[in-house]
Unconditional design. Structure first.
Length: 201
């Protein structure tokens, strides 16, 4: 399916009503959201990652096959020290998540860094209202024993935080590990939503 950039929103009041179901990518700055989005749609430069972590502060919208919208949310983590920027990030993302178009969230975490309390708190909050799909990125940076340790720790963390039934996918941008599998999951969500009434434009 072909994909195209549609628009961006820097404030909650700028969020568009595109009349299609949406799947959003959320994670820390530099976790690889834009890279994964590009791999999933098969277009190298559709979503552009900022060279400096924390610089992207907008929600970027992409049409995928004229049936589904993919939203690249601004990363968090690097903005924590700036209370003004953090307030803007919270208002924008909260405004986005309250929209009925959002059908699933791709929550991403770097395989080299265990999720911290900030991540877990966010995931628990998101899971109360949305379907969550977890993606562990950059697993090519880990050896086999480190990968197995990551899988055990991730499952234990999710179970402890009452997220034990969540789907978890492991990906590598350089080796394309897990990309095809995750693409099938997103396409399945797209198919499921085709029977739902169209949202007003």
């Amino acid at each position: 399916m072909n994909s195209t950039y549609i628009t961006s929103a820097a404030k909650a009041e700028q969020l568009p009503d595109l009349g299609k179901p949406e799947i959003a990518f959320i994670g820390r700055s530099n976790v690889g959201k834009s890279t994964l989005l590009n791999l999933l749609v098969g277009q190298r430069n559709l979503a552009r990652a900022s060279r400096e972590p924390g610089r992207t502060r907008m929600v970027n919208f992409f049409d995928w096959g004229q049936k589904l919208i993919l939203a690249d949310l601004p990363g968090y983590g690097f903005i924590a020290a700036n209370r003004i920027v953090q307030k803007d990030w919270t208002a924008l993302v909260q405004g986005y998540l309250e929209r009925p178009q959002v059908k699933a969230l791709i929550c991403m975490t770097d395989g080299r860094r265990p999720p911290n309390e900030e991540d877990l708190t966010l995931w628990r909050d998101l899971a109360e209202f949305h379907k969550i799909i977890f993606v562990v990125t950059k697993i090519d940076k880990l050896n086999q024993s480190e990968r197995e340790k990551n899988r055990r720790e991730m499952q234990n963390l999710l179970a402890f935080n009452k997220l034990k039934n969540a789907e978890v996918y492991y990906t590598s941008a350089t080796k394309r590990t897990g990309v095809d599998e995750l693409r099938k999951v997103l396409l399945a969500i797209c198919e499921e939503t085709q029977s739902e009434p169209l949202l007003p434009n």
